[in-house]
Design a binder for this molecule. Sequence first.
Ligand SMILES: *[C@@H]1O[C@H](CO)[C@@H](O)[C@H](O)[C@H]1NC(C)=O
Length: 228
Amino acid sequence: MLNLGTKLKAWHGHKKYPVVVLVMFVVSVSVALVLLFNKYEENPIPVPGLPPDRKWNRFESLVQFNPKREFRNGTDLIWQIPDSPEAVLFLAHGCSCRAVNFWDKSPKCPECVGLPEDRLLVLHALARKFAVLTISSVGECWTFGKERLIVEDIITWWVKRQNLGKLPLVALGASSGGYFVSAIANDLKFSSITLMIAEGLFIARTSKRTIHLPFLCTCQKIHIGNKK
Ligand SMILES: *[C@@H]1O[C@H](CO)[C@@H](O)[C@H](O)[C@H]1NC(C)=O
């Protein structure tokens, strides 16, 4: 009996001990957390380095954004022409995107967004002396009826107005924009086109016409011929 009593006591003692340790641990962690958060609130830890707006723009760029914007035929065009341009680049966005995505927000273009990859395309093109023209699709994606004629008309008009008609005209389109670029390449005289993650659509409008067009493509599919 005595033996059993001692065993029972010892067993209870051992069981209680970890409970006390656990309670103390939880209490000290809570106290530490409360102290820590109070400290953060009273005295926020300073972020080392520059404020975010300067942090992401601190690398001196070879070129600066200085775009012009105009509305025509129910859409907006945004462009920039470097000093002594050597070629013209038309950029066609993908579905759900807009011309404003290619340009950094600035007092001249408060609606501009400057998406990371899109803005880099423009900066690299400007640095290589391309005059860059961006146009927004009217709907979410590009369409191939009236819109195709309107955009062809805008590009032709714009190139002429800027006196850039003697320079090579090239285009780059992503997704729906790539498909669109391949479609307008049947009418406009591009020196070359680039299609990113897109389907290519090359239709000879008349059976007599042959199109010689260098193109770079990360293509999903290419249609060649008179297929609609
Ligand atoms: C685009 O707008 C201009 C000027 O308003 C007009 O002359 C031209 O016909 C329009 N183009 C198309 C394809 O509607």
